[in-house]
Design a binder for this molecule. Structure first.
Ligand code: GTP
Ligand code: MG
Length: 205
């Protein structure tokens, strides 16, 4: 996929105020510092498109980006912040839950996972919830340039084994680095493929 257009559209806290649900939508989420902004910038080849928050956990908004006037990329506030108050966490939960269950054009959630870490409870719980809600998702392992290929392989195999304890079918996964661009073609190719399916389904409906 060639990214001809990538621009910020709107930030808000309510599903009702999101852009018209007339295009496929891909939402990116993960723990703070997992590399979300960097991945979005790498995928779009726009280094300043998604800004790094100087106060992690404070940004509690749903950010929509227009890609090629064809699909929406959504940057969601992350979970698992240690310093966030109970009230903010509850608000985050409510907003994210509403978005995930009510956003009718939500096509796929991309769950970012730091490739250097063993499975974390917050990530596993989040993916379990997606499964329960019937929300399609893929896993994107980040920051692989920070270790050797064999270390990444081992950690991902462990991750998949852990997922296999609770999931009959493992979600699709991608191995990426915002630093080297690894995985860019694969992730964009996946989105292209799904967008085609969505268009074919709409034409056939
Ligand atoms: P918050 O918005 O604060 O939740 O963080 P984020 O998930 O958007 O992470 P961000 O992209 O800001 O990256 C966090 C840190 O990790 C930054 O210092 C990035 O430069 C670094 N980083 C992100 N992705 C990569 C990567 O693929 N390789 C390397 N080496 N560093 C990365
Ligand atoms: Mg960020």
């Amino acid at each position: 996929m060639v990214i001809r257009e990538a621009s910020f559209l709107v930030s808000n806290t309510q599903v009702a105020l999101c852009p018209p649900p007339n295009r496929p939508e891909y939402a990116f989420i993960g723990r703070s510092n997992v590399g979300k902004s960097s991945l979005i910038n790498m995928l779009t080849s726009r280094s300043g498109l998604a800004k790094t928050s100087s106060t992690p956990g404070k940004t509690q908004v749903i950010n929509h980006f227009n890609i090629n006037d064809e699909w929406y990329l959504v940057d969601l506030p992350g979970y698992g912040y240690a310093k966030v108050s109970k009230t903010s966490r509850a608000e985050w939960g409510k907003m994210i839950n509403a978005y995930l269950t009510k956003r009718e054009n939500l096509t796929c959630v991309c769950v970012l996972l730091d490739s250097r870490h063993a499975p974390q409870a917050a990530d596993l719980e989040f993916m379990t919830k997606l499964g329960e809600d019937g929300v399609p998702f893929v896993m994107i392992f980040t920051k692989t340039d920070k270790q050797s290929t064999s270390q990444t392989k081992n950690l991902i195999n462990n991750y998949l084994a852990k997922m296999g304890e609770t999931w009959d079918e493992l979600p699709r996964y991608f191995i990426t680095s915002a630093e080297t661009g690894l995985g860019r073609e694969e992730v964009l190719g996946f989105i292209t493929e799904i967008n085609r399916q969505v268009a074919a389904d709409a034409a056939g409906a």
